[in-house]
Design a protein around this ligand. Structure first.
Ligand code: AHR
Length: 512
């Protein structure tokens, strides 16, 4: 097999990595909130009922921002149900997931939890059953200092100071017929524009037509894009919505889950093609943003908020049982195969960091998540926990443009590269790191040429490689699939040669 050559240069960057690329998501779904982050009575729970063991793992993952409260749940949620004395909060049917919602955890609990977890809150307003008035009043509840009925409600609920929430999603997956209150692109575009307007006004800011703002620190608003690129309305939905809202918002949201499907003609190859497909998807939306920018004559460049991404092979129940509170839903257990595809998706996010400025791994705890918990018991780290932790902690600064002569293989999405990589350069720590997936069936030698950095020294090198692609972690085998440390490779004349095992993920860091 030929050696694959990858070249990267300190002066050729794709863009700067926004730390928010490593965000995540907590929805009122299954056991994400209840028994996940919130479990009064758990041995590690604090006075607010927040599980300290889970907070510890979230800090280990280096998650900077968390989106809340949904997801599909959002589109039937009345935020007023989740505030005030807990004993008076109503229990409601959640029509998105066919469960009952006790409302024991709501906006104020989330804000407290964010503070304790060291994460920035990213809130979402209901565009399904919710009105633009509900949206504006939630902004008022969170951000207005006091003296009005709504802001005094927050104070009465214990938060004297406003929360100053900056990041807001305007609805969730409104293009999907599964969404409560699903709308057409035109209907949603008009509603989202009006919502954006009144949310900003409730925040005490005014956005002029020429893009300048007046008043309080502006909100960062995310408008809902297509739920995925298989939607019949993609990418027309994105164009129409952006034409309505371009000047009023800051990000276009995109979502995508990839799955391993035994029923496909080439299940493995198709799954391994996910990272390259995600790159194509981002490319189409980037072009759509550029098209609308030209059409509406705006100087502003909208960013992408990839606020739901993950592997979701639908192996765990999605709806059963009916009307239970906090049932075990979407508790997929990730395989080693999932972990290496997951690492490739992270590479794609990095390689598009010029436009993808915010990302949310969906989700964070128990529901298609890197962290799993047991009621009253312990936790375990899924296979995907490890690539996330390594990349989110180290791949900072700039992503470098890579030039690779990797061979490729055929997938349902087209050709995908056997060696999938992302190379990052953090000037502040004088660190260069490379995340490398080998998607071929044999070990491959990769020569990484990083000549422009002068004298480089490898400082860490880990690899995930398993003979059993279906291997998983669990409460009874928490460390079955973990990264293993490798001997540090020598760098000679700016070049380093690594041997990547068949079907593996490797992560190497250097200092100069
Ligand atoms: O993350 C699970 C679900 O996937 C979310 O509720 C929804 O937005 C998406 O379809």
């Amino acid at each position: 097999m030929k050696k694959v050559k990858i070249f990267a240069d300190a002066n050729l960057a794709v863009g700067t990595v926004d730390p928010n690329l490593y965000g995540s998501f907590i929805e009122h779904l299954g056991r994400a909130v209840y028994e996940g982050i919130y479990e009064p009575g758990h041995p590690t729970a604090d006075a607010d009922g927040f599980r300290a063991d889970v907070i510890g793992l979230i800090k280990e993952l280096n998650v900077p921002i968390v989106r809340y409260p949904g997801g599909n749940f959002l589109s039937g949620y009345d935020w007023r149900d989740g505030i005030g004395p807990k004993e008076t909060r109503p229990t409601r049917l959640d029509l998105a997931w066919f469960t009952t919602e006790s409302n024991q955890f709501g906006t104020d609990e989330f804000m407290k939890w964010c503070k304790k977890s060291g994460v920035t809150p990213m809130m979402a307003v209901n565009m399904g059953t919710g009105t633009i008035k509900d949206a504006a009043q939630l902004v008022e509840y969170c951000n207005h200092a006091g003296g009005t009925a709504i802001s005094e409600m927050r104070k009465a609920n214990g938060a004297i100071e406003p929360y100053h929430v900056r990041y807001w999603c305007i609805g969730n997956e409104m293009d999907g017929p599964w969404q409560i209150g699903h709308l057409s692109a035109d209907e949603y575009g008009k509603k989202a524009l009006e919502a954006a307007k009144v949310m900003r006004w409730a925040n005490g800011e005014l956005k002029e037509d020429n893009g300048t703002t007046w008043g309080s620190e502006p909100l960062k608003l995310v408008v809902s894009g297509s739920s995925n690129h298989e939607m019949k309305t993609f990418p027309e939905w994105d164009r129409v919505v952006l034409e309505h809202t371009y000047r009023a918002v800051d990000y276009l949201s995109m979502h995508r889950y990839y799955m391993y499907d035994e029923d496909r003609e080439r299940p493995l190859e198709d799954f391994l093609g996910s990272a390259d497909d995600m790159h194509e998807y981002i490319g189409t939306l980037k072009a759509t943003i550029e098209y609308v920018r030209a059409k509406v004559r705006s100087k502003k460049r909208l960013a992408i908020s990839f606020d739901e991404w993950n592997i979701w092979s639908v192996t765990a129940p999605r709806r059963e049982p009916l009307w239970k509170s906090a049932p075990h839903l979407l508790e997929d257990v990730y395989t080693f195969r999932d972990a290496i595809v997951f690492a490739g998706l992270m590479n794609t996010l990095l390689n598009n960091c010029d436009v993808v400025k915010l990302g949310c791994l969906a989700q964070l705890v128990n529901v298609i998540a890197p962290i799993m918990t047991e009621k009253g018991g312990g936790t375990f780290k899924q296979t995907t926990f490890y690539p996330f932790r390594a990349i989110a902690s180290t791949a900072r600064g700039e992503t470098l443009r890579t030039f690779s002569d990797s061979d490729s293989f055929e997938t349902m999405y087209g050709a995908a590269r056997c060696i999938n990589e992302a190379v990052n350069h953090d000037k502040t720590t004088r660190t260069v790191c490379a995340s490398l997936c080998n998607y071929s069936q044999s070990a491959r030698e990769v020569e990484l040429e990083l000549r422009s950095f002068g004298a480089l020294k490898a400082t860490s090198y880990v690899e995930m490689a398993e003979s059993d692609l279906a291997a998983t972690n669990g409460f009874d085998r928490p460390d079955a699939v973990v990264p293993h440390e490798k001997e540090l490779p020598a760098v000679k004349d700016g070049k380093v040669t690594l041997t990547l095992p068949a079907m593996s993920w490797s992560f190497v860091t250097f200092r100069y």
